[in-house]
Design a protein. Structure first.
Length: 186
């Protein structure tokens, strides 16, 4: 499974406008016959993390490329992109592959709150971080994006187990923990 993320870092004062524009983009996706994806907004957390995220899982890279081509062929979707570019200061589109006991991110139904952990580290710490996570569902960066988390892990509001946090805390990595709410669950 490949999970595509859009990380939106709004210009000051534009977080709500970015969220609304992202939901409009999902509306256009639906009109094109594409899946909406999931739009989430940050309730609290580090400024290193974006304020708005959109994500969607794909079976493989071919499916992800076909989705991008369908959007690129739409003038309406391109107009949404142009409007969004006026609202953000930074945009990243990293791709992640799933690992752990559940090989895909949890489905999000009605709006809910959850924690997102971003693990920033270099290649030398990846194996140790994966080991520390054990069988916990997580995603590993595979391409695209600069200065984005190497690993992502969504949890309920209880967060990562204490022993996992302790083990990760001994590794050469930075952990960004943030609280998110589903704004448009697709």
């Amino acid at each position: 499974m490949i999970v595509s993320y859009n990380f939106y870092y709004p210009r000051p004062g534009n977080a709500t406008a970015v969220l609304e524009q992202r939901i409009r983009a999902s509306d256009v996706r639906s009109q094109l016959g594409l899946r909406r994806g999931c739009t989430i907004n940050k309730l609290e957390g580090s400024s290193d993390f974006p304020d708005v995220i959109w994500r969607l899982g794909f079976t493989d890279m071919a499916a992800q490329h076909a989705d991008m081509q369908a959007r690129a062929a739409s003038t309406e979707f391109e107009a949404i992109r142009q409007g969004m570019r006026q609202l953000y200061r930074r945009f990243e589109r990293p791709l992640y592959a799933s690992f752990g006991k559940n090989p895909s991110p949890p489905d999000r139904g009605p709006p809910q709150t959850f924690l997102l952990y971003g693990l920033y580290c270099d290649e030398s710490a990846i194996l140790a971080a994966r080991t520390a996570l054990g069988g916990i569902q997580a995603l590993e960066f595979i391409s695209g994006g600069a200065d984005v988390p190497r690993l992502l892990c969504e949890t309920g509001t209880a967060g990562l187990p204490r022993d996992v946090q302790d083990h990760l805390g001994r590794l050469p990595l930075r952990i960004e923990r943030s609280v998110w709410s589903v704004a448009d669950g697709g």
